[in-house]
Ligand binder design. Structure first.
Ligand SMILES: Nc1ncnc2c1ncn2[C@@H]1O[C@H](COP(=O)(O)OP(=O)(O)OP(=O)(O)O)[C@@H](O)[C@H]1O
Ligand SMILES: [Mg+2]
Length: 276
């Protein structure tokens, strides 16, 4: 069996000075090729779990960290975020704070150069990801001229440049209107299928992403309370957390909402809920 894209074992994490852990005994394995949505109410720990997966927790945030996180097989205790970025791209909220380099081309080239690729491979990687995301026409534009939605695509391009095996996304549709938000989610699904990229995506707007997901992991007060296929998640939410079971989420989960070219057989992983 191949190394999981992400393997979290008994992770309990507390931010410096916080009175209580943000993550409590979290154990989660994401197989390569899965599309996982992280759900849960505000402050339940979604962003913290993504930060742990890319190494910002604990390397940047500090705090108390117990347990193990392996990202692309690399133990995050022994590998800093810069090293982990070679196996895992990430897109956090506020793309403005991620784009810093001037031109879109430089922004997309940066992660590839950082991972030690030569200039020909960097140029190829930039073209490939720009084409995949439909931002070829933006390549020579300065990033400060871009709209919020364009910046979001560029930041996503930087996360996906070089086809990392795993991409972590924290509310990637937050700055987008509903149409652009849906497009972004289905773009991720397409790359998940065509490139085999594993996707772990934290999102409040479940109606935008349940239809694309193989699996939904719900956090409550830092602990995993449900880990299930989207339809089983909705049944769980109906009983335990009705606020997560919006009509839009139910609709997006119905098989008719998934474009036919992107359907595929159900994921082999988890199909039942835990806890709750
Ligand atoms: N940098 C930080 N320093 C201290 N505490 C933090 C920090 N970031 C988050 N927290 C706390 O950790 C807990 C989990 O926060 P987190 O941001 O992971 O939740 P979330 O599920 O992403 O919430 P949201 O849906 O609002 O984005 C919260 O209690 C929050 O206040
Ligand atoms: Mg968050």
């Amino acid at each position: 069996m191949s190394t999981p894209a992400l393997a979290v074992e008994a992770l309990t994490y507390t931010y410096p000075g916080a009175g209580a852990p943000a993550l409590r005994d979290v154990t989660l394995t994401v197989a390569r090729g899965e599309f996982v949505v992280l759900a849960g109410l505000s402050a339940c720990g979604k962003s913290t779990l993504l930060r742990a997966a890319c190494g910002l927790v604990p390397h940047f945030h500090g705090g108390t960290f117990a347990g193990t996180v392996r990202t692309g097989g690399l133990d995050t205790r022994d590998h800093h975020p810069a090293a982990l970025a070679a196996v895992c791209g990430s897109l956090f909220q506020d793309p403005e704070t991620q784009a810093v380099l001037g031109s879109v081309r430089a922004e997309l080239a940066f992660p590839l150069e950082n991972h030690g690729h030569g200039s020909a491979a960097v140029a190829r990687g930039v073209e490939e990801v720009a084409l995949a995301l439909g931002i070829e026409t933006l390549l020579d534009r300065p990033t400060h001229e871009l709209s919020g939605g364009e910046l979001q695509r560029v930041a996503l391009g930087a996360a996906l440049a070089g086809r990392p095996q795993l991409v972590l996304l924290d509310e990637p549709t937050s700055q987008l209107d509903p149409v652009a938000g849906d497009e972004l989610v289905w773009l991720l699904r397409r790359l998940n299928e065509e490139w085999g990229t594993t996707v772990v995506l934290a999102e409040h707007r479940l109606e935008r992403c349940l239809g694309a997901a193989d699996r939904v992991v719900v956090l409550d007060d830092g602990a995993i309370v449900c880990d299930a296929a989207p339809s089983a998640f909705l049944a769980w939410a109906g009983q335990h957390e009705p606020t997560l079971q919006t009509p839009g989420a139910r609709r997006s989960c119905s098989s008719t909402s998934r474009p036919r070219s992107w359907t595929r057989s159900p994921a082999t992983s988890s199909s039942g809920c835990c806890g709750g």
